[in-house]
Design a protein around this ligand. Sequence first.
Ligand code: C2E
Ligand code: MG
Ligand code: MG
Ligand code: MG
Length: 277
Amino acid sequence: RIRASGGHGVAEYQIESEQENLHRFLESRALYRALREDRIGIALQAQVDLQSGAIVGAEALARWTEDGRPMSPASFIPVAEASGLIVPLGGRVIELACDALRAMERAGFPDIPVSVNVSPLQLHRREFIEELAATVARHGIEPRRMELEITEGTVMSDYQDGRELLARLRRLGFGIAVDDFGTGYSSLRYVHSLPVTRLKLDRQFTAGVGGEGGGANVADMIIALGRRLGLDIVAEGVETPAQVEWLRRHECPCAQGYLFARPEPVEDFIARLRGQA
Ligand code: C2E
Ligand code: MG
Ligand code: MG
Ligand code: MG
């Protein structure tokens, strides 16, 4: 619907937002079909110990190809969140992460944990923890082999409930990482009071280190904060040797990024583990 009497700007804006709505609607329908037809997969991205260079973990990332075309999570994850499809999608990713953990175990790597991303809608669903515990138990996976990545907004949207849910997950033995740390709000005010085990230094801060200028201040501060609070830290989006150099010097224990490995099929990740063993 275009308001005929509106100025140009308004009309254009309305056309654009309707196209955007249509696009999201079509994408959510296609995603629904892909889920029903079991065409959602995961890729694993290695996490590396910066002192030894060894692979010490992996993040599971949702993957969806439609007509041979890889769809971007930056697009379909928000669509899944807005439509509620994130609940079955997230459940599928957890199942696939369990399959990957079993495959790693069979290949002789029972001690490499896998991280999965958990959206607010998933975490705050009444059944989430029970279903998660049942899923890992059914696969014979100990909860300490799985880390749940949440963002600051996930907890802050309902702080009391969020904190209690995280505490229950910790009591069951799951690791909890704060993803994209430093990009949300009130990180500094609450992080000391949350039962989390790891901070993921957001890619935008990693991008600021190892170069010219003062872009490293925030990274420096977050690493120091993690150390003070006794939390593990992983730097996201590491792309250059200069960044590795800087992170090592500032005693960041762990990193993830294209420099070490891209997200890859589970078999390729296991081959990578074999290659370093
Ligand atoms: P994230 O959880 O922060 O995941 C890291 C993203 O950064 C991934 O993008 C990864 O491919 C990308 N990345 C890793 N290393 C580098 C690097 O060196 N440089 C650059 N430029 N990028 C790097 P991806 O797979 O496209 O996922 C984007 C976001 O979508 C994720 O960000 C996460 O928020 C969300 N997402 C992905 N899978 C899931 C899922 O199963 N559930 C939920 N709730 N969200 C997911
Ligand atoms: Mg993540
Ligand atoms: Mg992240
Ligand atoms: Mg991110």
